[in-house]
Design a protein around this ligand. Structure first.
Ligand code: FES
Length: 88
């Protein structure tokens, strides 16, 4: 299914040792708690920002739907994505 397709994983977000602005925002906003969901949250947010650099809070919440955070840290994750969007 993925033959000939480009795949980016969370490891591919950092470039030459520099974290992606989204990763930095997650750290600055204390978004990762246990970290179990963080990769999925980051990749969903990255896709959102690539398509919509200035999303609303509701658009961020919608884009992250399906990434279950057992730590219930949704508010900080959304704040981090909004902060990263202002730097895009
Ligand atoms: Fe623990 Fe989301 S940070 S599951």
């Amino acid at each position: 299914w993925m033959e000939g397709k480009k795949i980016t994983t969370v490891e591919g977000l950092a470039f030459s040792g520099d974290l992606d602005p989204l990763q930095k925002a997650f750290i600055e906003h204390d978004a990762p708690q246990c970290g179990y969901c963080t990769s999925g949250q980051l990749m969903s947010a990255k896709v959102l920002l690539s398509r919509n650099p200035r999303p609303t809070r509701e658009e961020v919440q919608h884009a992250l739907t399906g990434n279950i955070c057992r730590c219930s840290n949704y508010n900080r994750i959304v704040e981090a994505v909004l902060a990263a969007s202002s730097k895009a």
